[in-house]
Each structure stands twice: as structure tokens, then as C-alpha cells.
Design a protein around this ligand. Sequence first.
Ligand SMILES: Cc1ncc(COP(=O)(O)O)c(C=O)c1O
Length: 357
Amino acid sequence: MSPLFIPGPVEVAEEVLAAQTQPMLAHRSAAFEELFHRAEGNARKVFQTKSRVFILPASGTGFQEATMRNLVRGRVLVCVNGAFSTRWQQVAQTNGKQVDVLEVDWRKPIPPDMVAEKVKKQKYDLVAIVHNETSTGLLNPVAEVAMAVHANSPDTLVAVDAVSSLGGANLEMDAWGLDVVFTSSQKALALPPGLTLGAVNERAMARAEEVPNRGWYFDFIRLEKHRTANTTPTTPAVSLIYALDLQLKRILEEGLPQRFERHLRMAQYTRAWATGRGFGLYAPQGYRSPTITTVENLLDVDLSAMISYLKQRGMVIASGYGSLKQSTFRIGNMGEISLDDLDNLLETINEFLDKGN
Ligand SMILES: Cc1ncc(COP(=O)(O)O)c(C=O)c1O
């Protein structure tokens, strides 16, 4: 049974947790290089890319910062329709970049035609977009947005935050023309927190070469120099890389299409339950996330009482994020969760509601 139905950290399989207890390796050793090389190769398969994947000891916000430091000389356009794209905008601004924001109603996806208009009018080094807005449970049409950018401004790069989707929802980095895609370990990859993984293509590497003041820790050029020798510029999180190595194998053994289908089925089940009970769904039809459902509290249920009731029974769901805290709650179905786990959770919520709460 999976008690954590939150959008990260999520449950980690026993054998993956256990993989972290293997003896420490010197990171300048052949054994580490072999481990790191294998993990990176398998990570590329999960990102559906032939490009390099940087594996860093940081959380996903670190890679949000890395994109701004490495890819923006002039202006960046940040597409905003939720709390995590708002954070990315702040990351860009606090790194001193010239930031334009395309913000739409948080209940709506980012419209590719509006992005096309923006990049036609103004030259941008980068368009930044979140694939899966974890606050609203909305999946943005990143393939269409990337197409709109490339068709209208061929030199503009597209970076995608796939923190709460990669490994749980289909995302085809190369086929969709995405220049950078990144995630965190503690979400649909179902690993402990502590790693960020970011895939960076040749166009983005070429841009980084031209950007001054990339900083040190997240400098793509420095990371690449070490990656090509199957190592890292700074001390890697060796235990987490053991876990990553095993978990990537498990993900590929399940099969990406099968894994995406499993996540989607669970999200559909949650949506049907929510609307069946008279709740609403925050995200619009056609753009609902397969990894997290943001449920609108149309029934005026006492959410803190409901969350406590579940907690007493060993289950954790998420309250609404930020400004949506009072009006929504969120049910995540990332990683190791099964339909049976979800059924058990929803039955317990039914029990709470049927008591007249
Ligand atoms: C879409 C999205 N982007 C970025 C982040 C930040 O990730 P981290 O907490 O790993 O820094 C989150 C965290 O929930 C997220 O959901």
C-alpha cells in the first residue's frame, strides 16, 4: 500500500531504497564511471532523447536556475499558468535576466498561437514552459508550443520543466524539438529526493558557449567536460545514483508506454471518482494531468479534517498549492502507486464524506 499520494516525495520501492546501502565508491574510479555511464544512457531513453543528460545533486529548482544561467544572454519569455511557472519566472528575475511573461488564466493551457505572436514580435533567447503544472493539475501542450516557437523564431530555444511528468507522462524530447528538459528524482521517477536530471541538446550547448557568467555549479560546459569522462565536476550523490541506476532499469522493464498508460488510467479513475462525488476538476478537459489531479472543493468539505482523517489511516494527500490552498486538494498517482492503492484511498475518502463531513 502506498501512503504517499502527494506530488513528491513519493513512495520508493524497497529494492530501490536498499540499492542506496551499497558500499561507497570513490567517484574518481572505474566502478563509479561504469555506474554513471549506464545510468546516463538509460536516462536518455526515459527522456526519449539522444542528447546528454546531466545528473546533479540538487532539486528540480536547481535546473530551473541552470536553464537561465546557461541559455539567456538577452531576453527570456516565461509562460505562466500556475505556481511552478511563477517560480521559474522568479528564478529568471532573481538571476538578473530580462524577463517577459506570458501569463494566462491558470485554468487554461498555454496557447501556442499566443507564444507564436510573442516570438514574432520580440527576439527571445529562450522560451520556458512547464509541462505539468503540479499546482493546477494541468498538462501544457509543449509539443505544439515548441513547434510554434521553431516555426517563427528558429534561434529561440525551448526549455521544458517536466518535474512532475517525466516518467509518468509521455514526453518526447527529440521528436517534439525540445532543447532542454529536466526533472526531479522524487516525483514520477519514484526515487528519493536529491537529484535533478536535465537533458540538454547540441543547440543548447552551443548557446551556453556564448553566455557569459554562467556561474560554476550549473555550468553546462563544465558539466559536459566531466560527463564525457563519465564523471562529475563535484562530488556526486553516489547512493542516489545507485538507486537511480536500478530504478531506470525497472522503469524501462515496465516499458514507457505501459508506464504512461498506468498513470493515465489512475488519473482517469481519480477524475471519475471526483466528479461522481460532486467535486470539480480544476484543469480543463483535454489538458488534465496524468500524474496529479487537482480537485475543486465544490462541496465545501472541511479539507483539513479530511486530510487529518486520512493521515490517521496512514495516507497522505496534498492540500491545494499556494493561492489554491483553501479551494482545492490534490491527489497524486506518481511512480509506484497502483490502482488498488488508489481505490483504497478513495474508499477512505468516501468513508469520511459519508459520515456527513
Ligand atoms: C512543475 C514543478 N517544477 C518545479 C518544482 C520544484 O521542484 P523541486 O522541489 O524538486 O525543486 C516542482 C515541485 O513540486 C514542480 O512540481
